[in-house]
Design a protein around this ligand. Structure first.
Ligand code: VNL
Length: 391
């Protein structure tokens, strides 16, 4: 016979080994993977603040579960993003992954999401094809075709015929260039040069000299969040703001995170995008006020609102599944959801898992002495045109 003391200690060891099986079923861990350091750190900071604000204003309990947000810094490196995603699923029992500050970072996680059947909620990266890379990807940010095509329409209606494009040379920049140019040229406009700038630490000076020599009526720009201020500085330094070349862009360039510090060179810049901190709605007023209170000195940008909506999407999905965290059930629950975001009404397209939202035409202007993107026209309920064009 075994001594009873041995049995009890063996039972204790067995309990220790089996510990993960006793993981608290009532806790839903959400892995928020973002560039918190490096070139895209401003995106990480805005996204983290947006996700935290949702939990702060809605509580951490939903459908009988407690939400636990775990933030990880991928430094903007895709191999790190992928490893963090695998660790969060295997070691932290994460039931959803969120964030992804750049297109290559979102793409690196697609096979992980597919294999583990865990939802990948993309709240930043915006190349159109990302959602096609896994049936577990759902997006609350936007797509570049969604923002760039309306800019071309605006030019055609506003007597602009000759444009040069300047975009960051990777996925979203290629999308912006293609969708602006295709729509503009189809409507009779002419793109006289297509310039691509490196994603990493770009120096815009030589490219801006080419723009000056081309002397187009307008320069259309896409740069990822965080590069707008440097671009605007160099645009003004070369006297382009006074040269008669009109600056038009997607709203990434006049990003609310940096706009207040851009100076008068930004005045009058027309952009198309889905979110402005100046958006006039009760939901946005409450959002901006709570955000600025929780994050003194910061103004929420489109990244903050997308992360806030990523949490809104997950909460509503959990309510629909009555707290079930199975990936297939969560994705099914997310399809077709609609709600009123600080940006306006939004919905998840059940066919593409991409967000359907208003695109606003805005102009940089002073409001109470500070620069804002002031909306003056709305194109309602825009679906990603890239996916729509394939159906
Ligand atoms: C991307 C697109 C990144 C738009 C952005 O900022 C942005 C992307 C960091 O897909 O990589 O504004």
């Amino acid at each position: 016979m075994m001594p009873s003391r041995w049995i009890s200690s063996a039972a204790f060891v067995a309990a220790l080994i089996a510990a993960p099986a006793f993981a608290d079923d009532n806790v839903v861990t959400v892995g928020l993977i973002l560039p918190m350091t490096g070139q895209q750190a401003s995106t990480g900071k805005q996204e983290q603040a947006g996700a935290n604000l949702y939990i702060q204003t809605h509580g951490d309990k939903v459908a009988g579960k407690t939400i636990s947000l775990v933030v990880k810094d991928d430094t903007g490196a895709p191999d790190v993003t992928k490893r963090l995603a695998q660790d969060l699923i295997a070691n932290d029992n994460a039931k959803a992954l969120m964030g992804f500050g750049l297109t290559p970072l979102a793409l690196a996680v697609a096979p992980v999401a597919t294999e583990a059947k865990v939802p990948e909620i993309v709240t930043a990266a915006a190349t159109a094809m990302i959602t096609e890379k896994s049936p577990y990807i759902v997006r609350t940010s936007f797509t570049l075709p969604q923002a760039a095509a309306p800019m071309a329409e605006w030019c055609l209606k506003n007597n602009i015929h000759k444009v040069v494009t300047l975009v960051a040379d990777y996925g979203p920049g290629n999308d912006a260039e293609k969708w602006f140019s295709d729509v503009f040229e189809k409507g009779g406009g002419q793109v006289i040069e297509k310039i691509r700038t490196p994603l990493k630490s770009p120096d815009f000076a030589p490219f801006l000299q080419r723009v000056k020599d081309d002397a187009p009526e307008a320069l259309f720009v896409f740069l990822p969040s965080g590069q707008g201020a440097e671009f605007m500085k160099q645009f003004a330094e070369r006297g382009l703001d006074k040269s008669g070349v009109r600056l038009i862009a997607t709203g990434d360039v006049t990003d609310d995170d940096q706009l207040a510090g851009m100076g008068d060179a930004a005045l009058g810049v027309v952009t198309t995008h889905h979110y402005s901190a100046n958006h006039d709605s009760p939901e946005n007023k409450a959002f901006v006020e709570a955000f600025e209170k929780a994050n003194p000195g910061m103004r929420p940008n489109f990244m903050a609102v997308a992360a806030y909506d990523g949490m809104a999407l997950l909460y509503q999905a959990l309510e629909k599944t009555k707290g079930a965290t199975d990936g297939d059930a969560l994705i099914a629950a997310m399809k077709g959801l609609s709600w009123v975001s600080p940006r306006g009404p939004v919905a998840i397209d059940p066919d593409t898992r991409d967000i359907v939202q208003n695109i606003y035409v805005r102009k940089v202007d002073k409001v109470d002495g500070a620069l804002f993107n002031v909306e003056f026209d709305t194109i309602p309920n825009v679906k990603d045109p890239y996916k729509a064009s394939k159906n």
